[in-house]
Design a protein around this ligand. Structure first.
Ligand SMILES: C[S@@+](CC[C@H](N)C(=O)[O-])C[C@H]1O[C@@H](n2cnc3c(N)ncnc32)[C@H](O)[C@@H]1O
Length: 188
């Protein structure tokens, strides 16, 4: 019998995480749907839920999506969650340091909803001018959040886009660990 043991961090499916992904997808659809066919590179893509939500809503055309994460186990979960789109590599998650990406694969949209996990801006510096970026960060102070923005202005300063199509904040007023998430969408 074939068995598969995937270790899942249930926080990925918490209210804050799922609402944040839906927020990102909804705002991306408003600026991009029906105009662009997206070729997405997801950095720190974790379980690939951004892509899953984007696809099941069906409002945005996606040619392909590559998800990069340092955690090989997370990539296995991402490939399982997104296995509906595994044919012809429409979706593929792979273990890789996102700071090493050069985006020479015809990517036209870079998604990083994990910016607070990245201690430097190497990944952002490597994004080509003009590429559409969907970026989120949050101010929750926990151990692996090494780069928390102070506010939306601080977030915009960290990742400077030449054209901002959307900017916003979303506060999650949880009893334990309340936090604010920041998002910008635009062209580098
Ligand atoms: C635990 S998730 C946090 C999720 C995030 N708050 C979100 O909403 O998507 C962060 C992920 O970033 C990944 N990560 C951190 N640094 C990375 C890097 N340099 N390259 C690729 N993935 C990275 C971690 O392995 C982890 O799976």
């Amino acid at each position: 019998m074939l068995t598969m043991n995937l270790k899942i961090d249930s926080d990925a499916f918490s209210t804050g995480q799922i609402e944040s992904k839906i927020w990102a997808v909804e705002e991306l659809e408003k600026v991009s749907a029906h105009t662009n066919i997206l070729r997405i590179s997801m950095l720190g893509g974790w379980y690939g839920l951004f892509h899953f939500i984007l696809k099941v809503r069906g409002r945005q055309q996606v040619e392909w999506c590559r998800s990069y994460d340092l955690d090989a186990g997370a990539c296995s979960v991402a490939n399982t969650v997104n296995n509906t789109w595994s044919h012809e590599w429409q979706f593929r998650a792979m273990p890789k340091d996102a700071n090493e990406l050069t985006f020479d694969d015809n990517t036209n949209c870079v998604v990083n909803t994990s910016t607070e996990h990245f201690s430097n801006n190497e990944w952002f510096d490597n994004i080509h001018e003009g590429m559409l970026c969907v970026l989120q960060g949050n101010d929750l102070k926990i151990e692996d959040h090494v780069n928390c923005p102070k506010d939306l202005d601080d977030f915009k300063k960290k990742y400077q886009l030449s054209v901002i199509l959307f900017e916003g904040t979303k506060h999650f007023n949880f009893e334990t660990n309340p936090y604010t998430r920041y998002m910008i969408i635009g062209h580098k």
